[in-house]
Design a protein around this ligand. Structure first.
Ligand code: ZN
Length: 411
C-alpha cells in the first residue's frame, strides 16, 4: 500500500531522524475486521520509530493518511470506567482552576463519544466536540452535545470560530500524538483560543513509555511520542507557551500540559522539574531509545517462548482486552489464533470482529467465566487493576493472568 516516507522531523523540519526500533509491517491497530473482510487483502504499513538528533523528538518514520485511521473509529472512551472517571476528574480540575460561566465555550478536539464534554456540561458551560469519526457522530448525535465532524486544522478552526465563537478552554486528550502537521494544528488552536484561554493537552508520555517499556503504545495513529522538552520548543516556535505540566498515573502514565498564548500566565515551577526528570532519564539521547528497542526484543522472545510452552502442555490461553495497543504487541510478537484462541473485551463495538493483522476473534468479556481458560494474556495491561477487580471470580477459580510488560510475568 501507499505510504508517505517521512523525510524530516515533524517538529523541527530537519532530516536528522534516525530509526531505533522496527516493529515490522503491521495492519492499522484500530481496524478490526468482520468475518467477510477476513478474505479481502488487508493493508499493512511499516511501523518504525526514530529519534531526531537535532531537536530530540521521537516519532514514526512513515505516516499513514489520517482518513485511513480516524473516519471510522472503534475505540470509545466510555467503555472503560477508569477512563470515564479520569475524564470527568479532568473537567473538575479545569473548573477548579478557571472560573467558567454559561457564556464560556469548551472545545474538545478528538472528542470521541463526548465523555469529557459530558463532564463539562455538568457545570453549565457551552460545549462543542470536534472529531472526524462518522460512526461516533451517529452514536452521540442525540446526547445534546454539538459536534463538528471533521479533522481539526487551521481551516476547520476558522469554521468553528464563525459558528460558535472563540473558546475559553480547548482540550485534546490522547489526540495530540496523532497530529501530522503540527504547525497547521497550532495555527488552528491560536485561531480558536480566545485571549487568556487555555489549551489543555493530555497524552501518553515518552518518559513513562521508556521507563515501563510500553512499546505497544507505538502504532500508526501515534505519529509522535511526546516529551516535554521538544513540546516546549514546538510551542515557543509557534507563538504559544507551556505554563504548567503534570505527570498522571492513568494508562501507563500520561502527561498533562497547559498551554497559553505567548506572554500570558505565569510558568509553574513544575515545568522545570519535569524537564529535569527527562534530562536525568536521558530522553534527549539516542542510546536511551536504543535500549528501549533491546528490551522490546527481550519481551518478544520471552512471551513467545512462554505461550508456545503452555500450548505444548495443552493449556488453554486466551487474551483479555482488545485495545489498539494490543495489536502492536500481537503483530510484533507474531501471536495469532494458534496461540491465543480468542480475546475477550467489554466493548460491544469490537465483539464479533477479528483483530487486525493477526485475525484473532473478539468475544464478549462475559465468556471468560463459563470458559475458565487456564491463562489469560492481558493485552490491556495498563488497566490491570480494573480488570483484575472485574475478574476476581476467574482468579478465585484458579485462572491466571499473563502480564506482558515491562517484563513477562504471571499473576
Ligand atoms: Zn527535530
Amino acid at each position: 500500500m501507499k505510504h508517505n516516507q517521512l523525510g524530516k522531523c515533524l517538529l523541527c523540519g530537519t532530516d536528522g531522524v534516525e530509526q531505533f526500533l522496527d516493529l515490522g509491517s503491521t495492519a492499522l491497530a484500530n481496524k478490526f475486521l468482520s468475518k467477510e473482510e477476513l478474505s479481502t487483502p488487508e493493508p499493512k504499513y511499516p511501523l518504525k520509530v526514530g529519534f531526531c538528533h537535532a531537536c530530540g523528538h521521537v516519532q514514526l518514520i512513515d505516516l499513514v493518511p489520517p482518513q485511513a485511521m480516524f473516519d471510522h473509529y472503534l475505540y470509545i472512551s466510555s467503555a472503560s470506567d477508569t477512563l470515564k472517571n479520569h475524564l470527568w476528574d479532568l473537567s473538575d480540575e479545569i473548573l477548579r482552576r478557571y472560573e467558567l460561566g454559561p457564556d464560556d465555550l469548551v472545545i474538545d478536539i478528538g472528542c470521541n463519544d463526548a465523555t469529557l464534554l459530558h463532564g463539562f456540561k455538568r457545570y453549565g458551560v457551552r460545549t462543542v466536540g470536534v472529531d472526524p469519526a462518522q460512526n461516533l457522530a451517529e452514536l452521540t448525535s442525540q446526547n445534546g452535545i454539538e459536534r463538528c465532524t471533521a479533522l481539526f486544522n487551521a481551516g476547520t478552526a476558522k469554521q468553528i470560530v464563525s459558528k460558535w465563537g472563540q473558546a475559553s478552554i480547548i482540550t485534546a486528550t490522547n489526540t495530540f500524538p496523532h497530529i501530522q502537521d503540527l504547525q497547521d494544528f497550532i495555527h488552528g488552536i491560536k485561531t480558536v483560543l480566545r485571549p487568556g484561554g487555555v489549551f489543555v493537552i493530555e497524552m501518553h508520555y515518552l518518559l513513562d513509555l521508556v521507563e515501563q517499556v510500553a512499546f505497544d503504545t507505538i502504532y500508526h495513529e501515534h505519529v509522535s511520542y511526546w516529551a516535554l522538552g521538544p513540546m516546549k520548543r514546538l510551542f515557543e516556535n509557534n507563538g504559544m507557551r507551556i505554563v504548567d505540566a503534570e505527570r498522571l498515573p492513568l494508562h501507563h502514565g500520561q502527561l498533562r500540559v497547559f498551554v497559553k498564548h505567548d506572554g500570558e500566565g505565569e510558568i509553574h515551577p513544575r515545568v522545570a522539574a519535569i524537564l529535569e526528570q527527562e534530562r536525568i532519564c536521558g530522553l534527549d539521547r539516542f542510546e536511551t531509545h536504543q535500549r528501549l528497542a533491546q528490551k522490546a526484543m527481550v519481551i518478544k522472545e520471552d512471551l513467545h517462548r512462554m505461550l508456545t510452552k503452555l500450548r505444548k502442555e495443552g493449556k488453554w490461553v486466551v487474551g483479555y482486552g482488545a485495545p489498539a495497543k494490543g495489536n502492536t504487541l500481537l503483530s510484533f510478537l507474531e501471536i495469532g489464533p494458534e496461540l491465543l484462541e480468542y480475546i475477550a473485551d467489554r466493548s460491544p463495538l469490537k465483539q464479533g470482529l477479528y483483530t487486525p493483522g493477526m485475525h484473532i476473534p473478539v468475544v464478549p468479556a462475559e465468556q471468560l467465566l463459563p470458559d475458565q481458560p487456564d491463562y489469560v494474556l492481558l493485552l490491556a495491561w495498563n488497566f490491570v487493576d480494573e480488570i483484575v477487580a472485574q475478574q476476581q471470580e476467574y482468579l478465585r477459580r484458579g485462572g491466571k493472568f499473563i502480564i506482558p510488560v515491562p517484563e513477562v510475568r504471571i499473576l
